[in-house]
Design a protein around this ligand. Sequence first.
Ligand SMILES: *Cc1c(COP(=O)(O)O)cnc(C)c1O
Length: 404
Amino acid sequence: MSQLGDNKQIVDLGKKVVMNTYGRLPMALVRGAGARVWDANGREYLDFLGGLAVNSLGHCHPKVVAAIQGQAEKLLHVSNLYWIAPQVELAQVLVENSFADKVFFCNSGAEANEGAIKLTRKYAKKTWGPEKYEILTMEHSFHGRTLATVTATGQTKYQQDLEPLPPGFRYAPFGDLTALENAIGPHTCAVMIEPVQGEGGVNFAEPEFWTGLGKLAQERNLLLIFDEVQCGLGRTGKLFAHEHYGVTPQIMTLAKALGGGVPIGALLATDQVAAAFGPGDHASTFGGNPLVTAAGLAVMDVLLNNGLLGRCQEIGAYFLGHLRRLAAKHQMITQVRGLGLMLACELDRDGAPVVAACLEKGLIINCTAGKVLRFVPPLIISREDVDQAVAVLDDVLTGVAVGT
Ligand SMILES: *Cc1c(COP(=O)(O)O)cnc(C)c1O
């Protein structure tokens, strides 16, 4: 147990001994239940960020807690030299509910994407020859922070001073099919793309773009890699966001919501593509260990068998309606967009002061891409929770407008 007491003690010590890689708010959250969390000073917050789209079932969902407790008493870790029962079961659930035939488990979104890049290169070389290795990714995308995935990420701010970056990536604007087609070169073998861009600003592409992308991929022999690390697993009101667009990839990555808060990532692929990996080609010591896959099984059970997807669509539409009303009232909101419970308000100014002011009033939200307020609350929120959040936002935007 932590010996540290209040926010100040934790923040002060943290600044001394933890590497300074995050712009953190000066507080420590120590307890959570459903859509609410409490800081070390005992203050309550409504959580409309959900640990960055991780806590889709809310904090400490009883079924996830019970699965973790039960597994912790039985077996935590054995390595992938053996078959792991909950890992096999979780793979089966993912296969049964997606296009995929095979799953590889790892520990994060970046690792899942790293695995996707390796699998793509192996498959492309074996299938089309050694000159096929280049992966097209999108501007404003986000795929992780390892050297390969930060290179796949189409935002130079994350690549600063990390050069030399690994070769084999090329970028195209998100949602522009002609530009994407023009970016295809002699070495291109795949397109890696988020069905809804998360970190890059909650960006959507038109349905025609997706239909066109599916056709183009077929015509030009390109693998499709869908990064559903953030938008997948019910976030948009369907189990996978690409189901909205009727285009199916050969490879898909998952992470954030899959473990209900424990670190787990997954790389999914069709049999044909997955066959490019053989024993020894890829591995992870912790990947798919009994603890995290037991948690993942509980998450999938709740997600699939409690009407949560329908609820997410309904409450998401309710929230979107409220945000549109806010946009009509507050000129500083330039656009509102969203699908399910992956929503955003784009502002005409920096969003950080709005986030800070919401926190002051007990609402946790987040700002991404500078001006975009991002809402990725737990899928279990109620209409009352939405009403409360919108009232705070309304207040805060009014205050920001008059400069208080
Ligand atoms: C968060 C995120 C990642 C990276 O996941 P980590 O677990 O932080 O490595 C990759 N892709 C998308 C779309 C994400 O939102």
